[in-house]
Design a protein around this ligand. Structure first.
Ligand code: ADP
Ligand code: MG
Length: 587
């Protein structure tokens, strides 16, 4: 229906509207990159207009320069080759900028994007071979199979075809293993890294894709206008692109279209209207956009698209439980093998010694409980074992190899998986997708395959694995619900399923029974026993004494960062120091 309207649009609409639609298409392509980068990935960029400029100037220069250096001359053969050149230039520049700025956290990343947005703009205006502020004229029209796309109506089809292809590929990408890794970025990197996701790589991917979309838009723009000057690539326009994404709905691919459409039409209309109202010329529409932005922040945080989508109910495909061949499993260490060995681990936070000379061992096929009053240092120990926060001194070995100093992704790859005391799920994603993140490192399909849905076989196996683990922990009925809609106790169980999806040899659970009802605790205990009997090692931090005592093979007790007792549950239970510290303590 929408497609049909788009197809006949230019045949019936007057020239003016076709041009407007062309602009909307070009802007939407840039905004789509921002959806991926900012809306989904949580990386704010004010600098996209500069990448549009790189795409436009590259083709402008190559197609109009009188004399090109020999190496570049073959690019000038066809504007289609200059697109390739534009993409290469943009990706190279974005790659360097990404390496420099993507590590910056908090406000520094957006500030970094402002900085490069300004510098590239000044570059466009001040480099003589790019025509300075007057720009470059005489850019040839695009041609397709010998047919020149001089007319806006002809370009219209090319622009919208490219845009729709980009939307399709972005959607495919988000609905894949790499896409889940990208969507996990917003939850902070710690969980994603613990599940084996290379978050620096995921950030770079969305940064490059967004830059590439911008460069393609710039290339189309240059051949539509047939001249370029620096104005449309200024920081000001960079901010406008961000407006489009945010107002349209930065978390949704169609939000880019809605935002680009709304802002472009509104701008056109306001530029006519407002100077008449104010009786002076000027860019008064900026004021309206500012107010609109504030309104959106207050009333529709997620932008306009989700509101529209709710008004037009879209039929969702029936959700079948995914099926697929089982994934390859890692070799299990035989029961009794020492999996984890912590020796004299010390962790200091400034003057506070959170772990002092902690030592413990977990073997395959046993449940070791780590107990102790609040603030004893149990979660700190988890973090130093899993590579989240390396120890100040001491040794951590996993399967006989030192892992202190390894990043958590590397440790996860070797077969250690964990849950978090403060649940780290992606609340808007389904339980199935959340659990599938755990299986990330068991797949290998890349971005390109995902974008064209060329990895459906592997994807089915990953989802089937996630579904199996969800079934194993007894949450099948919630598989397609948003993870955030579950009770907190159930969310902890989802985290266990996610950890199991990585096929770990050692499972670390930080207070998994907190918030569970009695029967749910029993079910969890049964599951943990079953996992132990299959040969998995389990390190369990728990507050609930009854739960631990009936379940653990051995118990280590901590207080004030130190180990105060270790032994069989019944031994520990009657140890006077433990009774004093734990049972008689504040809890
Ligand atoms: P537990 O999990 O046993 O309740 P934690 O390991 O969370 O205890 O905390 C141990 C001590 O370390 C507490 O006093 C806590 O305030 C402190 N602590 C934990 N993490 C940090 C941190 N990142 N920075 C500073 N202090 C911390
Ligand atoms: Mg804790």
């Amino acid at each position: 229906m929408l497609l049909a309207l788009l197809a006949i649009g230019p045949l019936v609409l007057p020239e003016f509207y076709v041009t407007l639609l062309n602009y909307i298409g070009l802007y939407a392509l840039v905004a789509l990159g921002l959806v991926l980068l900012t809306g989904v990935g949580g990386l704010t960029s004010f600098g996209q207009a500069a990448f549009v400029g790189l795409g436009a100037y590259t083709t402008g220069y190559l197609t109009t320069a009188e004399e090109l250096p020999a190496v570049l001359s073959w690019f000038a053969v066809s504007p289609w080759l200059t697109l390739v050149a534009g993409l290469l230039v943009t990706l190279a520049v974005a790659g360097v900028l990404g390496l420099l700025t993507l590590r910056l956290s908090g406000h520094y990343l957006p500030l970094g994007t402002l900085a490069w947005g300004m510098s590239l703009y000044f570059l466009f205006g001040n480099v003589s071979f790019l025509g300075g502020h007057t720009g470059m004229t005489g850019i040839p029209p695009l041609s397709l199979f010998g047919f020149e796309l001089r007319d806006g109506r002809h370009l219209y089809y090319l622009i919208w075809l490219i845009l729709l292809a980009a939307v399709w590929m972005t959607q495919n990408l988000l609905d894949s293993r790499e896409g889940r890794a990208i969507r996990a970025l917003k939850g902070g990197g710690i969980m994603a890294e613990a599940m084996g996701v290379d978050t620096a790589r995921s950030r770079m991917i969305i940064f490059l894709v967004a830059a590439a979309f911008a460069a393609i838009s710039g290339w189309l723009y240059a051949h539509m206008q047939r001249f370029v000057n620096p104005t449309p690539f200024s920081l000001h326009i960079g901010i406008e692109y961000l407006f489009m994404a945010v107002i349209g709905g930065a978390g949704y691919v169609w939000g880019a279209l809605v935002g680009a459409g709304l802002i472009t039409v509104l701008k056109q209309w306001l530029q006519d209207l407002l100077p008449r109202v104010f009786g002076a010329s000027g860019n008064f529409e900026i004021i309206v956009f500012g107010l609109l932005m504030i309104f959106v922040f207050h009333r529709a945080r997620d932008g306009i698209w989700p509101l529209l989508a709710r008004a037009v109910p879209i039929k969702r495909p029936a959700r079948a439980v995914p099926t697929g061949e089982p994934l390859a499993r890692r070799e299990r260490p035989p029961p009794g093998t020492t999996l984890l060995e912590v020796k004299d681990a010390v962790k200091k936070f400034g003057g506070l010694v959170a772990n002092n000379k902690m030592s413990l061992e977990v073997r395959a096929g046993e449940i070791l409980a780590l107990i102790g009053p609040n603030g004893a240092g149990k979660s700190t120990l988890f973090n130093l074992v899993t590579g989240v926060d390396p120890p100040t001194s001491g040794e951590v070995s996993f399967l006989g190899e030192r892992v202190d100093g390894c990043c958590s992704r590397e440790i996860a790859r070797r077969g250690m998986s964990r849950t978090f005391q403060h649940v780290r799920l992606l609340p808007a994603m389904s339980v199935l997708e959340n659990v599938a993140i755990g299986a990330h490192q068991r797949g290998s399909a890349g971005v390109a395959a995902a974008a064209v849905h060329g990895e459906r076989g592997e994807e089915a196996r990953l989802l089937a694995e996630a579904a199996r683990q969800i079934e194993r922990v007894g949450l099948t009925e919630y598989m397609f619900d948003a993870a955030g809609s579950l009770a907190l106790g159930q969310q902890r169980i989802v985290e266990i399923a996610r950890a199991l999806s990585s096929d770990p040899s050692l499972l670390l659970l930080d207070e998994p029974a907190a918030g569970l009802r009695y029967l749910e605790k029993e079910t969890l205990a049964d599951l943990l026993r079953k996992l132990r009997d299959e040969g998995m090692g389990i390190l369990l931090v728990e507050h609930d004494m009854d739960f631990v005592m009936g379940l653990a093979d051995r118990v280590v007790v901590m207080e004030f960062g130190e180990k105060i007792a270790e032994g069989l549950p019944e031994q520990v239970q009657c140890n006077p120091a433990v009774i004093e510290a734990y049972l008689g303590g504040v809890d």
